[in-house]
Design a protein around this ligand. Sequence first.
Ligand SMILES: Cc1cc2nc3c(=O)[nH]c(=O)nc-3n(C[C@H](O)[C@H](O)[C@H](O)COP(=O)(O)OP(=O)(O)OC[C@H]3O[C@@H](n4cnc5c(N)ncnc54)[C@H](O)[C@@H]3O)c2cc1C
Length: 483
Amino acid sequence: MSAPPPDAHATPTPELLQALKDAVGEKGWSDDPRDMAPHLVDQRGLYHGATALMLRPATVEEVADCVRLCAEARVPIVPQGGNTGLVGGAVPFEHGGEILLCLSRMNRIRELDAVNHTMTAEAGCILETVQTAARDAERYFPLSLGAQGSCQIGGNMATNAGGCAVLRYGHMRELVLGIEAVLPDGRIYKGLKSLRKDNSGYDLNQLLIGSEGTLGIITAGVLKLFPPPVERHTAFAGVASPQAALDLFSRARETLGDAVTAFELMPRIALDFVLAHIPGTRDPLAAPQPFYVLCEATATRRDSALADALHALLETAMDDGLVGDATVAAGETQASALWKLRESVPEAQKHEGGSIKHDISVPIAALPAFMDRACERVTALIPGVRVVAFGHVGDGNIHFNLSQPKDAEREAFLARWDEASRMVHDTVVEMNGSISAEHGIGRLKREELVRLADPLELEQMRAIKRALDPHNIMNPGKLVLPG
Ligand SMILES: Cc1cc2nc3c(=O)[nH]c(=O)nc-3n(C[C@H](O)[C@H](O)[C@H](O)COP(=O)(O)OP(=O)(O)OC[C@H]3O[C@@H](n4cnc5c(N)ncnc54)[C@H](O)[C@@H]3O)c2cc1C
């Protein structure tokens, strides 16, 4: 991986480190290598960073003091949530000259307004805690993803997280009404409004959402809540191809309408990996199918006749030869078992050697053509490569992952990461897609962003970065590189 960009940054002096420690108090910092170690490596082990000091402020005022001190000293800061991001955004660079600021102690739910259907949560709240708090108040917070037991709501905002229910409820951009954040000069932006309608100018909240810690440190957000689903029906269907999956998706939306909450795709090879490596899993269908669709439909009222409609959809699709075989979960336990098959794919893939991962999206109708073209190209590039392309097909989002050929050498395969990714990303761009549907740009894709983004868009992104962070101290070298 390439070295960090040159910047006019200062290295932290002993005086600055002491001032930062004083700002957060005894419980708010650590420089013990054992404490810091898990925070200095990313989820995939691609990046190993260093820092002289890890801060854990407990209040927005403490965050503001820390940022102000760093800004005055021109020392960069890296905000970190649950460190579950998959693009190296939350880990400092190897040179050790950045301060790491973790939000984990800012973990209070400040308010839950059941009438307004909103919750004000601090950035360090774990996503699962937010979901539970909503449920306890007979409300529903729909963001749901594999890392929900450890990712933080601040990280979810900073990465505009998506997940499994985007189809119905949208991603974080659609789930956040207000934000509180510390800007790169240490001032506090107090945008915690809980309004559904607010047309009073540029939207700083939306700038901060998806900014990956490069425009400020999000300290709290007002989240939208919904009536909880009271019916949930989960089906697992075998189909011949991505095109067949798409045809089924169209029919599902025509017959079930907005009740379709999730529509996921996985190929047989992904199921084979799961069955081989994840204990307690079994094939829910009698015979192997080339691809599988996991479709979830939910309703917020009982007697919705939803179960009948889902069964009818699948029966007709089987009669028409669109679906090879299908099953509908008979209750929560069976539904969880079906979801486990889908959610275990990344874990199962780890047991099959090295993998080169992509998180792309294309317009939904272009998905089958993308899959064909990209598979053909990567197979020509790396004969024997195993394409494990799965994901949120209802959002046009595919994790186009490549597992090493069976008898290949792991390091030799991984050495071809850039070459393979360029090929996949070029195919995405040909189809008007995005090289990052969910995980962000971080450090992993920053050069690809420069290579592939529209020059005008890139220029405007750089202008925004310069306007808000003129000294480039907020997570520099991530997302958007200076021009
Ligand atoms: C098993 C697994 C499944 C996943 N599934 C999905 C999925 O379905 N959909 C999806 O979108 N993502 C998914 N992810 C990726 C990841 O969980 C999300 O990107 C998540 O939103 C990151 O949150 P975090 O708290 O871990 O952030 P971190 O990893 O700590 O940080 C991510 C970025 O945000 C910045 N940041 C963090 N907190 C703040 C803050 N408070 N203020 C400003 N900047 C901040 C960091 O500097 C970094 O650039 C998955 C990850 C794993 C490991």
